[in-house]
Ligand binder design. Structure first.
Ligand code: NDP
Ligand SMILES: O=C(O)C1=N[C@H](C(=O)O)C[C@H](O)C1
Length: 268
């Protein structure tokens, strides 16, 4: 039985992961929430589920005392960077779903992945990981004759923009078209903007209500338009993907992996 510690259990993803872990036969050995949260509360109760017999800790080091094969972490980029360093020190595998990483925070996760295996992915759903491949293929075949535009929509409480998934989709398209994400992504348009630069990849963000997560990539040509859309209607698919990643990464060699590795989609 795989022993798992889940961080941020009272968050939107936390409850879905705890429920999935119980249904899929993981052994929950620890749980955390941000310092200041009611430490000692049952993890299930904290997540709005029936009690699970595991208390919430205010820090991951304490939560790992019960032993763990893997930590599943959907918190924030800052918390995930600190969690990665602790997992490296404690030699525990890690699955990170947090998004919005700064270069510095990502470098901390990469450094941790030299000590322990880490799966880091902005979207753990199978559907979105297939979308990454479809976008790669479409961009490679359609080429420069088609303008690439991307729109993402999420709930009003989401903190980072554009979504991690949108950023990855734009990077995948840019790579297939030989463009530079640092120069060619356009995140806003306003005023007299002039003609669209041909190399531009537009990335636009919508926020509102309780939208779980929607991404559309447009390839707009002369006389035709291809639209590739993924709509998440529940957080369960993200949680199922994270648990699949946890099963895959526990006991693996140190390294930074993503869902393409977990799902066997990695291109050589
Ligand atoms: N990869 C994927 O498939 C998906 C990724 N995400 C990403 O996952 C992250 C979390 O999303 P979501 O669940 O919606 O966000 P929430 O804010 O609902 O949940 C995050 C939880 O983590 C807690 N937290 C923050 N810092 C710490 C800490 N140091 N230790 C323990 N707990 C902490 C937060 O507490 P507090 O509220 O007090 O800050 C909160 O309860 C986001 O970055 C989001 O973009 C989301 C869905 C799918
Ligand atoms: O914050 C969210 O909710 C989500 N975040 C991820 C992202 O930023 O791509 C994945 C998913 O779309 C939900």
């Amino acid at each position: 039985m795989i022993r798992v510690v889940v961080t941020g259990v009272s968050g939107r993803m936390g409850g879905h992961i705890l429920r999935g872990a119980r249904e899929e036969g993981f052994q929950l050995t620890g749980a955390t929430e941000r310092p200041g949260f009611a430490a000692g509360l049952d993890a299930g109760t904290a997540a709005g589920l029936p009690p699970l017999g595991v208390p919430v800790s205010a820090d991951l080091r304490q939560a790992l005392r019960g032993g763990a094969d893997v930590v599943i972490d959907f918190t924030s980029f800052e918390a995930s960077a600190a969690h990665a360093e602790l997992c490296a020190a404690e030699r525990v595998a890690l699955v990170v779903g947090s998004t919005g990483f700064t270069k510095e925070a990502r470098a901390r996760v990469e450094a941790a992945a030299r000590q322990v295996p880490v799966v880091l992915s902005p979207n753990m759903s199978v559907g979105v990981n297939v979308l990454f491949e479809l976008v790669r293929q479409a961009a490679a075949v359609l080429g420069d004759a088609y303008d690439v535009e991307l729109v993402e929509m999420h709930h009003r409480k989401k903190k980072d923009a554009p979504s991690g998934t949108a950023m990855r989709l734009a990077e995948v398209a840019a790579e297939a078209l030989g463009r530079d994400p640092a120069k060619d992504l356009a995140f806003a348009r306003h005023g007299i903007i002039g003609e669209r630069p041909p190399r531009e990849i537009g990335v636009q963000t919508l926020r509102g209500g309780d939208v779980v997560g929607e991404h559309t990539v447009y390839f707009v040509g002369e006389g035709e338009r291809l639209e590739l859309t993924h709509r998440a209607t529940s957080r369960d698919q993200f949680a199922r993907g994270a648990l699949r990643a946890a099963r895959w990464v526990a006991g693996r060699a140190p390294g930074l992996y993503d869902m393409a590795d977990v799902l066997g989609l990695r291109r050589s």
